[in-house]
Design a protein around this ligand. Structure first.
Ligand SMILES: Cc1cc2nc3c(=O)[nH]c(=O)nc-3n(C[C@H](O)[C@H](O)[C@H](O)COP(=O)(O)O)c2cc1C
Length: 196
């Protein structure tokens, strides 16, 4: 099994791509130039109606620990009985990688384009980020975690009430070989429709 991703061709990348774990992701993260390039490639996705129904939030450097304070305070309010050790894990969530990129779905009701299609486009943005970062030799993982589903954390991130976090993409340099997992048998998922 390949420990790293094969970036020798587009098909090789598609066939070998696997996530790095946010738990094993060290510095460096993407450079400013790499990040700009990742975002440029990220938005090159199908987008019904050309609505650009997504935006990004970046956590780097001290902002990660500062947001850790926010997450810890919220966790403490939700689970007043939890021990300091758990609070430490919560505080350190964004400190696991040098760069944390939030992908926000800004989907809104539209006369022609269903909300679902706008949200799917945000998922495509997340996937493009994984491919772009992987092609650059970076490690990356698409996570959500409890913070994605907590309204108060969303407000602290600056999300408007209609916005949803599609993903938190952790970006950095893997500190351990990448682990693959068994992949589904795609052929078994295929049915061929026939008239009855
Ligand atoms: C929307 C979404 C949210 C995810 N959230 C988490 C998460 O919070 N924690 C986690 O360990 N993996 C999460 N995953 C799974 C990882 O992104 C990834 O699929 C997993 O680490 C396996 O890696 P692979 O990309 O090589 O299949 C999520 C995946 C998706 C699509």
């Amino acid at each position: 099994m390949q420990q790293f991703n094969d970036t020798s061709s587009i098909l090789a990348l598609l066939a070998s791509r696997k996530s790095a774990s946010a738990k094993a992701m060290g510095a460096p993260g993407p450079t400013t130039e790499q990040l700009a390039e990742i975002l440029r490639l990220a938005v090159r996705v199908p987008d019904h109606g050309k609505l650009s129904p997504w935006r990004f939030i970046l956590w780097e450097g001290a902002a990660r620990a500062a947001f850790g304070d926010v997450m810890k305070a919220r966790w403490q309010a939700l689970h007043p009985d939890h021990a300091e050790q758990t609070l430490g894990v919560v505080h350190g969530l964004f400190l696991r990688a040098p760069t944390v990129l939030g992908v926000v779905s800004t989907a809104q009701e539209h006369p022609k384009i269903p909300l679902w299609e706008q949200q799917l486009s945000a998922a495509a943005v997340c996937m493009n980020i994984l491919y772009a970062a992987t092609a650059m030799g970076l490690g990356c993982q698409w996570n959500t975690d409890w913070v994605t589903y907590d309204a108060e954390i969303g407000a602290a991130m600056g999300l408007a009430p209609h916005e949803k976090l599609a993903g938190l993409i952790y970006l950095g340099t893997p500190t351990a070989p990448l682990e693959d997992r068994p992949r589904p048998d795609a052929a078994a998922l295929l049915t061929r429709w026939q008239p009855s």
